[in-house]
Ligand binder design. Structure first.
Ligand code: ARG
Length: 459
């Protein structure tokens, strides 16, 4: 049988393979609530502008509410033959209210309809991402406040560099996630315009009011160009871009948690609630959540690249290629929200092992820079010479198999005889971090000031 929506021109129905490649209902049923909200706004506007009789608009309104409740309760029978969510809803509406259902699609196309639905859906996901990131930032702030003065090694090349504090390390992620937050907020501002009323591509000859539907759906205004309105998917790409960068940050942090929770490091203990065991090795406690968060960047960035590839060669306006936008964004959004929630849970529950952190902070000649700075400050040495002298002292300590604070004053003087025992005052890690008071530095007072600032920002 030919199609109920466009059967006029067709003698035969689609081949089964045609139906299989064409149908999107399997996944775009997730747009049901947005689709019905869009249709309700459209019907109300058609009535307000006199395009639709009030009685028909009322029947449509009631019928759409029934369809929504059927979908929400799970009793709605989705049909693959009806291709997508738009036609599934309209066909069911026709069963419920009869003839007026056929008037709903006046001055509208599935092209502006799907663009509207998808914008509404992505907008909700942006809001969910903002909520999720804020919750994670709060968890990080709690860790940072508790550990503003706990020393730990700071690394470059994953080699011991200089001591930092636990709080400082947590606050580095607060900065990254706060930029993710602002990326999502920026994207939301740009994407919050309504495509509805662009119709198929050219606009419509009916006297519609696009400002009215835009306002009803919470958009700031209607999109200004009907071709752009049905063709644009950059809003989805901005979401995926922001999601990719956020997932990249999550992944770096997850990697650190994997390293830090290993027996060799033991910087943190992850809670049992966010760890798993091994079926054969009884001693194992594995950081699976962190590992999976680390892996999520793959599929999220993959979605970003996939949609870029779908879009890059498409002439204006709508092409069916664009139907491939949804699964990518759905998958990326689902996995981003999951990763954010899992990371928040892990951060809330994890405990830093202060003794391990402090011991590691003092090893690996981590205060060598403090020693060189002392030579500059007290002995008025040029920094390059101080670097050289300190290097010789590190080599001496290495040959004696000890750390810098374990060298005797005679050892020190054998390298440079102007050194006094005052130097030992700068070789401790607490002293080292306390001295890094430059703005943004790791000194505990600086870290506490940043925690206070962020608490105020978040309210
Ligand atoms: N299911 C389609 C999509 O997701 C809806 C738009 C169909 N428009 C069309 N002209 N065939 O893109």
């Amino acid at each position: 049988s030919s199609n109920a929506m466009w059967g006029g021109r067709f003698a035969a129905g689609p081949d089964a393979i045609m139906e299989a490649i064409n149908a999107s209902i399997g996944y775009d049923k997730r747009l049901a609530a947005q689709d019905i909200a869009g249709s309700r706004a459209h019907a109300a506007m058609l009535a307000a502008t006199g395009i639709l009789r009030d009685s028909d608009a009322e029947a449509i309104r009631e019928g759409l509410l029934t369809v929504l409740s059927e979908i929400e309760s799970g009793s709605f029978a989705f049909s693959t033959a009806l291709e997508d969510i738009h036609m599934n809803v309209e066909a069911r509406l026709k069963e419920i209210v009869g003839e007026p259902a056929g008037r709903l699609h006046t001055a509208r196309s599935r092209n502006d309809q799907v663009a509207t639905d998808f914008r509404l859906w992505v907008r909700d996901q942006i809001d969910a991402a903002i909520t999720g990131i804020e919750a994670l930032i709060r968890a990080l702030l709690t860790q940072a406040e508790a550990g503003a003065g706990w020393v730990m090694p700071g690394f470059t090349h994953l080699q011991t560099a200089q001591p930092v504090t636990w709080g400082h390390h947590m606050m580095a992620y607060v900065e990254m996630f706060s930029r993710d937050l602002s990326r999502f907020k920026d994207a939301r501002v740009r994407m919050n315009e309504s495509p509805l009323g662009a119709a198929a591509l050219a606009g419509t000859s009916f006297p519609i009011n696009r400002h009215m539907t835009a306002e009803a759906l919470g958009f700031d205004c209607p999109m200004a160009n009907s071709l752009d309105a049905v063709s644009a998917r950059d809003f989805a790409l901005e979401f995926l871009g922001a999601a990719s960068i956020c997932a990249m940050h999550l992944s770096r942090f997850a990697e650190e948690l994997v390293i830090w929770s290993s027996a060799q490091f033991r910087f943190v203990t992850l809670s049992d609630r966010f760890s798993t065991g091994s079926s054969i090795m009884p001693q194992k406690k594995n950081p699976d959540a962190a590992e999976l968060i680390r892996a999520k960047i793959g599929r999220i960035f993959g979605a970003n690249v996939a949609l870029m590839m779908v879009m890059k060669g498409l002439p204006l306006a709508y092409s069916k290629d664009m139907q491939e936008d949804k699964e990518q964004v759905f998958d990326a959004a689902d996995n981003l929200m999951l990763a954010l929630a899992a990371m928040e849970g892990m951060v809330k529950d994890m405990s830093a092992n202060r003794d391990k952190l402090a011991a590691a902070a003092g090893s690996g000649f981590s205060t060598a820079t403090d020693l060189a700075d002392w030579l500059v400050r007290v002995l008025d040495m040029p920094f390059r010479e101080a670097h050289h002298v300190t290097g010789a002292l590190v080599a001496l300590a290495e040959s004696k198999n000890c750390d810098l604070p374990d060298l005797t004053l005679d050892d020190m003087k054998s390298v440079h005889d102007a050194i006094t025992d005052e130097v030992f005052g700068v070789l401790g890690v607490d002293n080292s971090v306390a001295s890094r008071t430059s703005y943004g530095g790791t000194a505990p007072e600086q870290v506490r000031a940043q925690v206070a600032r962020w608490k105020e920002v978040l309210g």
